[in-house]
Design a protein around this ligand. Structure first.
Ligand code: PBG
Length: 354
């Protein structure tokens, strides 16, 4: 038997070490010529490690009060807010492109201190859910579970002495979660970064007969300037201050793992990292740290930058979009929420990528 290198005595070497060892001891130029495998598109196809697929995509849909409204906001070209009478057609278009899921955001007519529209049977999300599940039953509908679009102050819960009160907000989150489930949501995605929110929602769902509805937790959600355009479209900018007392500090990564492990313990089914592009390291670490599927949110600011660069003619929008989504998948995302979903799906369907 060949003697094993000394570092192996303690057990199997990490993969990276084995690879390094192999390359150093067995292969070198001119025997080793990596360019052989890049010669033409056929061989590149064979050795490609990451591919974009329709199966990766979740498309965000914004539904608002009013009638006959299909409205674009300047900071997110190509993304629209739909009134209830228009939203079904929008969802059908997504379905017809082969995209498996949407995530729903609502803009209610009336906002109040606590965001009570979120748990009303006549709330904007509830009405949209009933309509969509009736007209497009084969679409998988995820709902964003939060308060910022629904509160008069634009914060993600109940205010107390100028800050969001964690445990009072949990009580309202439970009501909102049950109401979404009751009205047809297939999956709930709590995004408010309250401590204990996954546990509270899991318990509320289980005790109301919705033990089969999964939770996709926005676990590592950073206080990010990349949400700017979303707040234009969702009318959800905070009226004062910012969200740094509940969303994470962009400087931290160990804390992201703490948040993720807590959510796993609390019963999350899918873990989310958000934003995606400036946080690819977090996606990779989260993927290593858990066995749950990982979702990445390619957020509004990431979309807006690429659209703007493309419009100015400074970058090739299509190629930058593909490269960006590939990087998110390569980092470890199993699924991607992206405003590019329809654009990518069209390219995949035409056979241009994938
Ligand atoms: C909160 C929520 C936000 C986003 C998704 N859910 C906004 C925020 O936290 O301020 C941002 C998504 C994006 O920027 O695309 N309901």
């Amino acid at each position: 038997m060949n003697p094993r290198p000394p570092a192996w005595e303690a057990g199997a070497p990490p993969l990276s070490y084995a690879r390094l060892w192999y390359i150093l001891y067995f292969m070198e130029f001119p025997k080793l010529r990596p360019r052989r495998l890049r010669k033409n598109e056929n061989i590149r196809r064979l050795v490609r490690e990451t591919k974009l697929s329709l199966d990766d995509l979740i498309y965000p849909i914004f539904v608002r009060y009013g009638e006959g409204i299909v409205e674009e906001v300047p900071s997110m070209p190509g993304v629209y807010r739909y009134s209830l009478d228009k939203v079904v057609d929008a969802v059908k278009e997504v379905r017809d492109l082969g995209i498996p899921a949407i995530i729903l955001f609502g803009i209610p007519e009336h906002k109040d201190e606590v965001g009570s529209d979120t748990w009303s049977d006549e709330g904007i999300i509830q009405r949209a859910l009933r309509l969509i599940k009736k007209e497009v039953p084969d679409m998988y509908v995820i709902t964003d579970v939060c308060f910022c679009e629904y509160t008069s102050h634009g914060h993600c819960g109940v205010l107390c002495e100028g800050d969001v009160h964690n445990d009072l907000t949990l009580e309202n989150l439970k009501k909102q979660a049950i109401s979404h489930a009751k009205n047809g949501a297939d999956m709930l995605a709590p995004s408010g970064m309250m401590d204990g929110m996954v546990k509270a929602i899991r318990e509320a769902l289980d005790s109301s007969g919705f033990e089969n509805i999964p939770i996709m937790a926005y676990s590592a959600k950073y206080a990010s300037a990349f949400y700017g355009p979303f707040r234009d479209i969702a009318e959800s900018a905070p009226a004062f201050g910012d969200r740094r007392s509940y969303q994470m500090d962009p400087a931290n990564s160990r804390e992201a793992l703490k948040e993720v492990l807590l959510d796993v313990q609390e019963g999350a089914d899918i873990i989310m990292v958000k934003p995606a592009l400036a946080y690819l390291d977090i996606i990779a670490k989260v993927k290593e740290a858990t066995l749950l599927p990982v979702c990445a949110y390619n957020v509004s600011g990431e979309y807006a930058m690429i659209k703007a660069g493309g419009r100015l003619g400074w970058i090739d929008e299509k190629r930058v979009m593909i490269e960006t989504l590939l990087s998110i998948k390569r980092a470890g995302a199993d699924m991607i929420i992206t405003y590019f979903a329809k654009d990518v799906a069209k390219l995949i369907n035409k056979g241009e990528i994938g």
